[in-house]
Design a protein around this ligand. Structure first.
Ligand SMILES: C[S@@+](CC[C@H](N)C(=O)[O-])C[C@H]1O[C@@H](n2cnc3c(N)ncnc32)[C@H](O)[C@@H]1O
Length: 255
C-alpha cells in the first residue's frame, strides 16, 4: 500500500525548510536543562545518501541542501548545519540526516524519543540508525494519540506524512485538535506541501481557525520538474518556541 520513499526527495527545498525549523526548535528546547520528549509520527529511514541512485534520479537535493551550503544559507552555527556536519563526519560527505538523526544530534541523556514508521523496509533501515529511540511500526497518529501527553511533558511532536492517502488532508486537523487538547504544552509541528491545485488549503484554513496562535510558515519554490504539483512547503507549529517566528521569516527570505 505504501509507495512513497523519501530517498527520492531527501535534502530538497521542502526538507530544507522543514529541517531548518525543526533543528532550530530542538536546539532551543535542548538549551534548557530540563528533559524533553521527541515524538515523530512519520519518521522515514533516518539517514539518506545524496549519491544514492534514488537521490541522483531526481536530483532534488541539488536545488536544496547542496545549493544552500554552496550559497551559505545556513550560518556555520545554524542548528541544521551542526546536525548535518555531525552526520557527515560519521556517515560520509554525501550523507543527509532525516528528521530522526537531526533530533538525535540535540537529544541528551534523559530525553526520550518515540518514532513511528509503517513501511517495513523504511522501518528496518530506521532501526539500524535509531538505537537511541523507541521505535513503533504502527500508524503514527495512533502512536501519538496513545503517548500524548508524553513523559517528560516538555517536548516536540513532528507530523510529517507522505500525504499518499487523500483523506489525510481532512483527518489531520481532527488529529491535531485532539493531540493539542491532550498535550496543551507540547510543541506540535505539521509539515505540508503547498500544491498547485490548492488541495492543502482547506486543511490549513482549519488549522488557522482552530489554533489562532499557531505559527504558519510557508515558502514557495519552482516545481522540482515541469508539471510537478508541489510548489512550496508549509509548517504549522502549535506552541511555537520564542524566536521561531523570526527564524521562519529569515529562512523564508532565502527562498
Ligand atoms: C515524508 S516521509 C518522512 C520523512 C522524515 N520525517 C524526514 O523528515 O526525514 C513520510 C514517511 O511516512 C511513512 N508512513 C506513511 N504512512 C504512515 C503511517 N500511517 N504511519 C507511520 N508512517 C507512515 C512513509 O513510509 C514515509 O517513510
Amino acid at each position: 500500500m505504501l509507495s512513497y520513499q523519501h530517498a527520492y526527495h531527501a535534502g530538497n527545498l521542502a526538507d530544507l525548510h522543514k529541517h531548518a525549523l525543526l533543528a532550530w526548535m530542538l536546539a532551543y528546547l535542548a538549551a534548557k536543562p530540563k528533559p524533553l520528549s521527541y515524538l515523530e509520527t512519520h519518521a522515514g529511514r533516518g539517514l539518506y545518501d545524496l549519491a544514492a541512485p534514488e537521490a541522483e534520479k531526481t536530483g532534488e537535493a541539488d536545488a536544496g541542501i547542496t545549493r544552500a551550503l554552496a550559497e551559505n544559507w545556513l550560518a556555520a552555527d545554524h542548528p541544521l548545519r551542526l546536525a548535518l556536519e555531525t552526520v557527515r563526519a560519521r556517515h560520509g560527505a554525501t550523507a543527509y540526516p532525516g528528521s530522526p538523526l537531526i533530533a538525535r544530534h540535540f537529544l541528551r541523556p534523559g530525553d526520550v524519543a518515540h518514532l513511528a514508521e509503517l513501511h517495513p523496509a523504511e522501518h528496518q533501515a530506521l532501526a539500524e540508525v535509531a538505537g537511541f529511540a523507541h521505535l513503533h511500526r504502527q500508524d503514527g497518529f495512533q502512536m501519538a494519540q496513545a503517548l500524548c501527553p508524553p513523559a517528560p511533558r516538555r517536548g516536540l511532536l513532528l507530523i510529517d506524512p507522505s500525504y499518499e492517502v487523500k483523506a489525510d488532508y481532512e483527518a489531520i486537523p481532527r488529529h491535531i485538535a485532539k493531540l493539542a487538547r491532550k498535550w496543551n504544552v507540547g510543541v506540535i509541528a505539521l509539515w505540508y506541501p503547498i500544491l498547485a491545485d490548492s488541495r492543502h488549503a482547506p486543511m490549513v484554513e482549519a488549522l488557522r481557525r482552530d489554533h489562532a496562535q499557531a505559527l504558519i510558515s510557508e515558502v514557495r519554490f519552482p516545481p522540482a520538474r515541469p508539471g510537478h504539483g508541489m510548489v512550496g512547503s508549509g509548517m504549522a507549529v502549535l506552541n511555537p518556541p520564542y524566536g521561531l517566528e523570526a527564524e521562519a521569516r529569515r529562512i523564508a527570505a532565502l527562498f
